[in-house]
Design a protein around this ligand. Structure first.
Ligand code: MN
Length: 247
C-alpha cells in the first residue's frame, strides 16, 4: 500500500487556477505576498515613501477562492478590507535568482485580492499583533485565472482598478510599484527556494477600504481581464465554512 492510500483523514485537495486560452490548470504550491508596495498606499496606512526592505508574508494554500466565488465575512473583525493586486505565477525558481534572470522564471500573471482583517475584535492593535491573524485566514486569497507570458508579456504598466457594487474604490497603475517584479523575485529567492507553482501577490495601491456581506468586488488590470468576488455572510458559529477549491 502506498503512503498516499494509507491516510487516517482525507488528504487536502491542492488548489489549481485556470489558465486563459487552455483547459490546463496551474497547481499552486505557495502563496507569497508583498506589503506596502505603492507609495500612496504606504501613506494611507500612515507611513511614508520608502525603499525599506519589503514586507513579506504568506497565506495558506486553502485560502484560495476562485474567480466568481464567495468570500464569507471572516470572524473576529468589523473592518474587513479589500486589496487588489497583480499576481505573478512562477514556472521555475531556486535560491538567489539574479534580478536579470528573474522574469525567465515567470509562467504568467493574473489578478488577486489580498483580503485583510485590518483591525481585529478583542485584540489590541499594535506592533505585537500577529500579522498572521490579519492576513493568513480562511478564504483570504481570491485569485483569478492566469494569463501566460506568451500572451501578455511582462506587464510593467497599466491600470489596476477595483469597483465595489459598481463604484470605483481603487484606481492606480502598475508603473507605481515600489518593488518591481524582478526585484521581488530576486529578494524572495534570497530567503526561500522559489518553486514551480508559487504565486506572488505584489502589493496593493491606495484606496483600500471595508466591504460588507452582499458587496460584489470586481477587480481589473489592463490586459489581464477581471476578477469578481462576492462577500458572503459570516459563517454560523460552530459550522465549518465550505471550501471553494477546484479539484
Ligand atoms: Mn496586500
Amino acid at each position: 500500500m502506498k503512503d498516499s492510500e494509507n491516510l487516517v483523514v482525507p488528504a487536502p485537495v491542492l488548489p489549481t487556477l485556470p489558465i486563459v486560452g487552455t483547459d490546463r490548470r496551474f497547481p499552486v504550491r505557495r502563496i507569497y505576498c508583498i506589503g506596502r508596495n505603492y507609495v500612496a498606499h504606504v501613506r494611507e496606512m500612515g507611513g511614508d515613501e520608502t525603499r525599506d526592505f519589503p514586507l513579506i508574508f504568506q497565506k495558506p494554500l486553502d485560502a484560495i477562492v476562485q474567480d466568481g466565488g464567495v468570500v464569507p465575512y471572516p470572524p473576529k473583525t468589523n473592518n474587513f478590507h479589500f486589496e487588489l493586486e497583480l499576481m505573478v505565477a512562477m514556472k521555475s525558481g531556486g535560491y538567489n535568482i539574479p534580478e536579470g534572470d528573474a522574469l525567465s522564471h515567470v509562467f504568467g500573471y493574473g489578478i488577486c485580492l489580498d483580503m485583510t482583517r485590518r483591525t481585529l475584535l478583542d485584540t489590541p492593535d499594535g506592533p505585537r499583533i500577529p500579522w498572521e491573524l490579519k492576513k493568513a485566514f480562511d478564504h483570504s486569497a481570491p485569485c483569478g485565472p492566469i494569463h501566460p507570458v506568451e500572451q501578455v508579456g511582462h506587464p510593467t504598466s497599466g491600470r489596476i482598478r477595483l469597483e465595489v457594487d459598481g463604484e470605483a474604490r481603487q484606481d492606480s497603475d502598475l508603473s507605481l510599484l515600489i518593488w518591481r517584479v524582478p526585484e521581488i523575485i530576486a529578494t524572495l529567492s534570497n530567503y526561500y527556494s522559489l518553486e514551480p507553482g508559487d504565486i506572488i501577490m505584489t502589493g496593493t495601491p491606495d484606496g483600500v477600504g471595508p466591504v460588507m456581506p452582499g458587496n460584489v468586488m470586481v477587480g481589473s488590470i489592463d490586459g489581464l481581464g477581471t476578477l469578481t468576488i462576492t462577500v458572503g455572510e459570516q459563517a454560523v458559529a460552530g459550522a465549518p465554512v465550505p471550501h471553494r477549491l477546484s479539484a
